[in-house]
Design a protein around this ligand. Sequence first.
Ligand code: FES
Length: 552
Amino acid sequence: MSVKLRFNNYEIDATPGLSLFEHAESLGIYVPTSCRKQGKCRECLVEVTEGMEFLSGRTSQEEHLHDNFRLSCRSNVAADIGTVRCHTMRRGEMRIERHAFHLPVDHQSMKIDPCVTRNGDCILLDGEEIDRSSGPIHGLALDLGTTTIVLRLLNLETGKVVADSSFENPQRFGGSDVMSRIHYDTEHTDRVLQRTLAGYLTHAIEAFPVDPKSIYEMVVVGNSTMRDIFFRLNVYSIGQNPYQSITELEMKEGKRTSTGLTASPQRLALPLHPKARVYGLPIISGHVGADAAACMLAVDIANEERTVAIMDIGTNTELILGNKHKILAASCPAGPAFEGGKISCGMPGLPGAIEKVTMNADGSFSCQVIGDVPPEGICGSGLVDALSELLGSQRMNSLGRFENGEQQIELTSDGDRRIHIDERDINELAQAKGANVAGLHIVFNRYGIRFENLDVFYLAGGFGRHLSVSAAKRIGLIPNIDDTKILQVGNAAIEGACVALLSRTKRIELENLVKRVVHCRLESHPDFFNYFVEGCQFNPVESLYTTENLRR
Ligand code: FES
């Protein structure tokens, strides 16, 4: 008789009375900590996915945690029999998009002019001496995603990447989407989200093979909420109509000239050189953030004659369209379906997720699973594939209904684990898709261009990178344009952060550019609902632009 403890990918018989942290130590699992199990640093987070009832009760040090989240040093195994499943927030196996592809700018070969320079042994920031050292000078680029964090260390004299790191955003205990984080941060005025993330970043920075005091600047990108929480700003206004960051409000009041942010490492609790600067890229609006601005740098839209679109599909899909002469931007409230949320067998792009699906001649399915493990669920790209196959074989119609009276469609079954799709799942994806399609029509119509006249369609982000373009076109998730115009670029935001870190010229260019971007508000557009309803159908998305649309 014992409690079976499945911790990350290990399984042992647990010892009653010992904490989850102590079990992790015995298994060799790394748990972030700065207080050595004293219950003070709040870094030793675990998500308990099964068997919470077999653990000791929540302690006063865990009052800030809800749902399945616990501090591992405060959670003891408190039963003789049962099963507990938990995992740390830093699962090394999580598939995080760390790289970018097919971009017109390669920061490793561009002409660099960083804000941190050297004159002999003098290290200068914007021309002001901040240190004396003959050693290398470094900078950090940070992409703060709602779900994942990517950090890159660069040598500021050569422009080369020295090291990088990525991990799951530990702020997930404050909710999995932007709106929940805003709510959490507003309710908890002790900045626990920021402090927890700063602890994780500190461990990542200290693990790099350089002295953290040789890091003299850090450039931060991320959606407006993640960026503002990181800079310890109040994010309440981003969650209220008209959804604006406090930096936008202050700009309107003439209190600042840019939505860009700067702070000292001390204020943000980061172990960089004490005179280093942390710079947050400007945002375009409350829901088109510094990550979208960074993507504009990565594709060099400021110098682009061709007309290009950048679409980062996610819970909140960001869309940018234009060139050096005119740029429009919008955010589409797609919801969590693309990341597996609200889907009956849905899960994020972790090992065990079905990421590709093809239908066999006999109507059964072949599934490709991330990692060398049995399937546990289906992620967004797998779902898009599956729906494309069902549509192509006419087992599903364009309204997302099964044609043969089936209630569920089983993709695979392995022992007691059946992975299936039902019409409610299809409806969730249809609505997520509908919001994106409405955004595409409104932005392209207002710009005055048909989809097929676009020169390049950049699909940014992890979901866009792993998507099958033909499946996405067939079900009407992306415009039905020539494949040669669609580039799946991966993490363009971290690339843009590197460009801003290495080039003062590009940074100034971006500061000026974001002020020229016209933000299209979808929610108040008279045709939004019609486009949304049409976009919920599973048909290829064709342009609706005519000169009539231009007047709207
Ligand atoms: S180790 Fe610091 S709170 Fe648990």
